[in-house]
Design a protein. Structure first.
Lengths: 191, 191
């Protein structure tokens, strides 16, 4: 997605060897018009799928997911993260390790919001090592829902997330795929 | 807002004497089309204001805020909640007590995203005792930004939040104002 790549080049900040900060438009400050365009792009990419529901995870997944939901005319459910050891009753849940923050969180959704045989599209802001998406997959599996595809705003293609998901036979569509990054240059995979 | 009141009557669940669960369309599962309508309604209500930025708090504030941002053509910043005792550098922050969860959280935003003299609209999903909005006001004050108004999706008018904000001279616009609730009936303030 050209518009997104341009925005990443313009506003993205690279920290160290593998961290890309896009907090000016995606995950702290949000550009609503860009989110609208992102939602439309996801809707086009998944136009041939039967999708009942979008599943994402708080907080940064919410904005892109809700615009994808608008364009695809389906509800969005966001998993909540929870650090406490005890989980409430009636939830599907997964443990998710964050490499960035070096903590393990639970992620959970109320069982009322994901049912057997529902066709689910997973959306998230970033795909790096694939931990968050794996958590959502675990939750979908618990509910016996069917994950039809995965939509990612920014994929760090030099990390192992996409490979893991492809090996599971999942279709992954990322709107920007970063081949490599350093403080001088952000290089995208050629589309 | 008629559409919202109808949705609350249809899907809202009352727990105990003062808790209203709207997790089927607002703060766990999200109805994107309703969020679009909510954003448009906020834009109409605040059409006469000069607004540079919308400020909200994760996670449930994000969807209504980002659609208001779309309709008003301004960026949205969401404050992050943080339970750890140490705060990162370069943030504006406030302590916020949640009566529902009976915990104190920090709420914080990167100082790069709120500047002196910016005209800010605060948006949140619920107004009950006003703690979350007071946290956002504290943050705005630290940044020397100017809060022009407060937009709330659902106000529990029988709790003290609105009164506190009105006493501070703030304009508060709530799309649904709940006068009272119990397991049999949800009553709205007449508009």
């Amino acid at each position: 997605m050209k518009l997104l790549e341009e925005r990443i080049r313009r506003d993205g900040r690279v920290l160290g060897t593998d961290i890309l900060k896009v907090d000016t438009f995606l995950n702290h400050q949000i550009d609503p018009e860009l989110m609208l365009a992102i939602g439309d792009e996801f809707a086009q990419l998944f136009a041939d799928k039967q999708i009942d529901k979008i599943l994402t995870v708080e907080s940064s997944g919410i904005a892109p997911a809700v615009f994808a939901g608008l364009a695809l005319h389906v509800p969005v459910v966001f998993a909540r993260k929870n650090k406490s050891l005890t989980l409430p009753n009636g939830v599907w849940s997964a443990d998710v390790y964050s490499f960035t923050k070096q903590v393990t969180n639970h992620m959970m959704i109320d069982q009322r919001f994901l049912k057997a045989d529902e066709q689910v599209l997973l959306i998230d802001d970033f795909l790096a090592n694939g931990q968050a998406v794996e958590g959502l997959l675990t939750i979908a599996q618990q509910a016996h829902a069917h994950v039809v595809a995965v939509g990612i705003v920014i994929e760090k293609s030099f990390q192992k997330g996409r490979q893991i998901l492809n090996e599971r036979g999942l279709q992954v569509e990322s709107l920007a795929r970063i081949k490599s990054l350093n403080s001088e240059k952000i290089e995208f995979m050629s589309s």
